[in-house]
Design a binder for this molecule. Structure first.
Ligand SMILES: [Mg+2]
Length: 221
């Protein structure tokens, strides 16, 4: 159990951990917790009747620039909307390896998990986007205290936020300083300097460094 701002009970080692102030970890979903790129690649391959292998790993934030068979941003948004509403993309994505275990370890250590996502990016798909997001989080055992659907992530209070989108990281660092945002490594963001996580272990290590809490990740076999 967890008493905010006071004492948190670590269920792993049964040690009481004292936090002078609750640490809020902001967590993006797509590209950080959920493998959007793999799920969307499957959808595009079927929709365009091309092989999955012909669609490259995204090397730019834009799928069009990455060489996917999508002619521009407008077509991307239409395809995204169709994937979300008709194919329930958000419910069917696979999780990023290690996300559940790391987030549980953080949560059990008293870190407040605040999911911050821009999944309401297109109109007329909000019901699917929200219900399928919650379904995904339940199905893949992702813990969270808050679930924020928001475009400007700097509007949401977090001590550290993990995101994969270069524009989000730049905006957050501009608003709050370089140490406020940790980029979650993907090929399309490799050109961005600064604080970076190559895996969920790196996210946990950064929180340990900032809070002084000893966090032990329990991996499922
Ligand atoms: Mg993302």
């Amino acid at each position: 159990m967890c008493f905010y701002h006071k004492i948190c009970h670590n269920i792993y080692d049964k040690q009481e951990i004292k936090l002078s102030k609750e640490f809020v970890l902001g967590v993006d979903l797509d590209g950080v917790v959920a493998d959007y790129e793999a799920g969307f690649r499957d959808f595009i391959a079927k929709k365009k009747n091309v092989s999955i292998d012909s669609i490259p790993t995204a090397s730019h934030w834009s799928f069009t620039e990455s060489g996917w068979p999508i002619k521009d941003e407008a077509e991307f948004l239409n395809l995204h909307r169709e994937a979300v509403t008709k194919e329930h993309l958000f419910a069917n994505l696979q999780p990023i390896p290690g996300a559940s275990e790391a987030l549980w370890a953080l949560s059990d250590a008293g870190i407040r998990i605040r999911i911050v996502t821009h999944r309401l990016v297109v109109n007329f798909s909000h019901a699917s986007a929200i219900t399928d997001t919650v379904s995904f989080l339940d199905r893949h055992n992702i813990p969270y205290r808050d679930l924020c659907f928001v475009k400007d992530k700097a509007e949401v209070g977090t001590d550290l936020i993990v995101d994969d989108a270069p524009h989000n990281i730049k905006n957050l660092r501009k608003a709050r300083g370089d140490e406020s945002a940790m980029i979650f490594h993907q090929l399309y963001n490799k050109g961005l300097d600064g604080l970076r996580a190559y895996s969920w272990n790196d996210v946990v290590a950064e929180v340990v460094k900032r809070t002084g809490i000893d966090i032990d990740i329990q991996y499922r076999s």
